[in-house]
Ligand binder design. Structure first.
Ligand code: SIN
Length: 556
């Protein structure tokens, strides 16, 4: 890797994002070339670090690949790609063994209590259960699985000489060979390919040009498009927005997963109460103490997430209450503290003792099932660009992701994508790739209206929650469409006149992702999985058993 005075950084692999997808890919490809890993805050600031539940995979002898495949397909409500589901499910155990070899510690069973052995492996994982799973198959590290994974992977990345880490660097836009205008505007053509990204160094305010042979988008999800979310502040859909602007196809963005149980408390910003709590016997009750899930699904509190979130929405609209309640106080207090140490401690700080009382919960935006469309090896349809993790739409989740299938997807796809990317590195001809134009700020000034950014940020998140949330209608979607069109005009004008800042970059990205979600949701005239439109309350396989695909129109 080399660095010149134009702030151009040349590398074989450019990885944008430092969650499990980006870190695993980095470790695998670093053996074959130079790697630049760009992350917009500190390396540990990722969605992965917040993952509580675990990794769904088949280890129990009473479980089988067929059952995991069946549960995934059922949750996906007719839109999963079966080949992808089979590939991910069957590769899951090997990827988890690899993590154990790297030093990740998962909970194991007390050997005194049981002789129930995991299949084909000497570790007897303590497997949890979550909604939509017919078996116990959640490999976990207490209630902080993501943090355990992230810490171990980060330690390995930091020890790897061939990985150059760029923290506090936020990507602005991908560079393609047709990038030829001021500030990286892309004129999309059929022959285009990706050759890196423009990236803002947040500490120096300098825009750097990263030139890469292979680029990976691993920026996670977009929960911040919604007012209430379980996601951390970084989840602004950057990869999806950049990929779309560069001409990659996006798919299925109407399928936004709302997690049924986030703590309801004015000071609790995105505090998720893991579904694993229901997996251990917690039940949802209303303010009078009545359990209600049996009215909605035979699997009751362990029904798929779309069903549970909608049931809570119905109960809240009916009662006018602010929240429902999650009750696990009937279980042994020591068991709760040992199984959920983080949730127990954190709830206490908000004044709730989950060993003694029900805690107030509401649904919040949690996971985007759609994203940049990829093939079996994480390739997008923009050459030399890959996408993995929540940024991608692989076909695994269909219309509704099965709980804890996201980490396993990220692990399996970062593995297959790394193999393919290394092959591409050896096979493609990079000699004719032109140098991209340097970043051009000519004619722009420092912003005099920062309020535009914060106002539009709030407005988008609010109308997305109200009009494009758990329950949608044509009228609400049309309202959202009108709002986003007018906000997009303001952002566009602002973007081209003022110097870029991290806030402006994120606003521009959440606006694009919001627009794409609205477009996808308006297009689908049925209800399926996570997309529920009161005007078309039923699933209609004759017309809609297909992905929703959007691609930026070709120009030039
Ligand atoms: C949870 O712990 O409930 C979240 C797990 C997931 O989103 O798969």
């Amino acid at each position: 890797m080399q660095n010149n005075v134009m702030m151009q950084i040349n590398t074989d692999f450019l990885i944008i994002g430092s969650g499990v997808a980006g870190l695993s890919f980095a470790l695998k490809v670093a053996k074959f070339g130079s790697v630049a890993l760009v992350t917009k805050k500190e390396i540990m600031d990722s969605n992965t670090s917040h993952a509580q539940g675990g990794i769904a995979s088949v280890f129990d002898k009473v479980d089988s690949f067929d059952l995991h495949i069946r549960d995934t397909l059922a949750s996906g409500d007719g839109l999963c790609n079966r080949d992808v589901v089979e590939m991910v499910v069957k590769n899951g155990p090997d990827r988890i063994r690899e993590l154990v070899d790297l030093g990740v510690h998962f909970n194991v069973k007390d050997k005194e209590r049981t002789d129930h052995k995991s299949r084909d492996y000497d570790i007897d994982f303590d497997l949890g259960r979550e909604g939509g799973h017919s078996q116990k198959r959640i490999v976990h590290a207490h209630d902080m699985t993501g943090m355990e994974l992230e810490s171990v992977l980060v330690a390995h990345v930091k020890n790897q000489d061939r990985i150059a880490l760029f923290e506090n660097h936020i990507a602005i836009d991908l560079i393609t060979i047709s990038t030829r205008m001021k500030r990286g505007q892309i004129i999309t053509t059929h022959e285009d390919y990706c050759c890196g990204a423009y990236v803002l160094d947040r500490q120096t305010d300098q825009v750097k040009t990263f030139c890469a042979k292979i680029t990976l988008l691993a920026t996670g999800g977009a929960g911040k498009v919604y007012l209430y979310t379980s996601n951390p502040d970084i989840a602004t859909g950057d990869g999806i927005a950049m990929g779309y602007r560069a001409g990659a196809t996006v798919a299925n963005l109407e399928f936004v997963q709302f997690h049924p149980t986030c703590l309801y408390h004015p000071d609790a910003k995105n505090f998720l109460i893991s579904e694993a709590v229901r997996g251990e016997g917690a039940i949802l009750i209303d303010s009078s103490g009545n359990a209600f899930m049996e009215k909605y699904d035979p699997q009751k509190d362990l029904a798929c997430r779309d069903v549970v979130a909608r049931a809570i929405d119905v109960e809240l609209k009916k009662s006018g209450d602010d929240s429902v309640f999650l009750d696990i106080s009937h279980k042994n207090g020591n068991f709760i503290k040992e199984r959920f140490p983080n949730l127990y401690e954190k709830s206490l700080t908000f004044g709730f003792d989950m060993t003694k009382e029900p805690i107030p919960v509401v649904p919040a935006a949690h996971y985007l099932c759609g994203g940049i469309a990829t093939g079996m090896f994480g390739r997008t349809d923009l050459h030399r660009l890959y996408a993995v993790g929540e940024t991608a739409c692989t076909g695994l989740h269909g219309a509704n992701r099965l709980a804890s299938n996201s980490l396993v997807e990220a692990l399996v796809y970062s593995h297959t994508a790394a193999i393919q990317a290394v092959k591409d590195l050896g096979a493609l001809d990079f000699s004719s790739t032109p140098d991209p134009p340097p970043w051009d700020e000519v004619g722009t000034t420092d912003s005099d209206e920062v309020i535009m950014v914060s106002h539009n940020w709030d407005e988008i998140r609010r109308f997305m929650w109200n009009y494009v949330g758990i329950v949608r209608s044509d009228k609400r979607l049309a309202r959202a469409q009108r709002r986003i069109e007018s906000i997009q005009k303001e952002i566009h004008e602002y973007y081209w006149n003022f110097r870029v800042s991290a806030d402006l970059i994120e606003l521009r990205n959440i606006a694009i992702v919001a627009e794409l979600i609205i477009k996808c949701a308006s297009h689908r005239k049925e209800s399926r999985g996570l997309h529920y439109n009161i005007e078309y309350p039923n699933r209609d396989d004759s017309r809609w058993q297909k992905d929703t695909i959007i691609r930026r129109p070709f120009v030039g």
